[in-house]
Design a protein around this ligand. Structure first.
Ligand code: C2E
Ligand code: CA
Ligand code: CA
Ligand code: CA
Length: 274
């Protein structure tokens, strides 16, 4: 038994080393990618159901890797977050979003902010710098944060969000309902927008609870004067339900997949006005 225990340990150790090697290689690759400008923002429309008008786009980063092709954020954001490279990447994303504003007249752009980025000492100064450097109008930019950046009784988070607000940016609470959601967050933090997580939308047709929860979130948002956006809308049925329930904006493959600016046509993929 003692022997086999040791063998297990050796195998485990070898697996760990391999993982650490892979991660280190990816970190170096990320650094080179940032250096070489291999990142690109895709834009996914947010659509007002009543008019089928695009109000804004979410910026979703892609890595156009010379060997691997287009790499999804799920494959590199966690590593960038763990290594701290998310700070540089996040600065690039923000500057690029500001630059893209000119190409989407009348629309705003939302940018995802990672938890590490949000807490970093450079975050607020960088927000200020990017506005000065690009001349972008902060009212046309919305910063998306997730519940995971909010900790109970967290005065620092409150002051960061207040400062962002004061600079003129919009603030959205992303993936609402998936974290340790607390209703007290909604009254304590200055959110303009709540994004209902995709999991609720995809469960609309298959569970009894999802429609009840979604209706309640929409009502809550309306009562608090916040805009409610549903994520991951893939079917006409979901879009109809959400529109009838009073959801302000829809986002999802039904309305448009994330695309590079060059491929964006004006208008939605599936024009629905409900
Ligand atoms: P997220 O912020 O929740 O973004 C929505 C994700 O859902 C995107 O995946 C989008 O392509 C996908 N999506 C949109 N509509 C649908 C739909 O109808 N069905 C399904 N199944 N999926 C849909 P993506 O682009 O792979 O991004 C994944 C996550 O990576 C994002 O989740 C966000 O957390 C993170 N991310 C993306 N770009 C950035 C960035 O610039 N900075 C940071 N910090 N994180 C980013
Ligand atoms: Ca988001
Ligand atoms: Ca989301
Ligand atoms: Ca997410």
């Amino acid at each position: 038994a003692k022997e086999s225990g040791r063998n297990t340990y050796v195998v485990f150790q070898a697996g760990m080393n391999e993982l650490i090697e892979k991660r280190r290689a990816l970190e170096l690759d990320l650094a080179a990618g940032l250096e070489r400008g291999e990142f690109q923002l895709y834009l996914q429309p947010r659509v007002e159901p009543a008019t089928a008008a695009i109000t804004s786009y979410e910026a979703l980063v892609r890595w156009n890797h010379p060997k691997k092709g287009m790499v999804s954020p799920g494959d590199f954001i966690p590593v960038a977050e763990a290594s701290g490279q998310i700070i540089r990447l996040g600065e690039w994303v923000l500057a690029e979003a500001c630059r893209l504003l000119d190409s989407v007249p009348g629309c705003s752009i939302s940018v995802n902010v990672s938890p590490l980025q949000f807490r970093h000492a450079d975050f607020l100064p960088n927000l200020h710098d990017v506005l000065v450097r690009t001349g972008a109008n902060p009212a046309r930019l919305e910063l998306e944060i997730t519940e995971s950046v909010l900790i109970e009784n967290d005065q620092r988070a409150v002051s960061i969000l207040d400062e962002i607000k004061h600079m003129g940016f919009g603030i959205a609470l992303d993936d609402f309902g998936t974290g340790y959601s607390s209703l007290s967050y909604l009254s304590r933090y200055p959110f303009d927008t709540i994004k209902i997580d995709r999991s609720f939308v995809s469960n609309l047709a298959t569970t009894d609870n999802a429609p009840v929860i979604v209706r309640s979130i929409i009502e809550l948002g309306a009562g608090l004067g916040m805009k409610i956006v549903a994520e991951g809308v893939e079917t006409i049925e979901e879009a109809l339900f959400l529109a009838q329930a009073g959801c302000d904006e829809l986002q999802g493959y039904l309305l448009g997949r994330p695309k590079p600016l060059t491929e964006l046509q004006r208008g939605v993929d599936n024009a629905i006005a409900v």
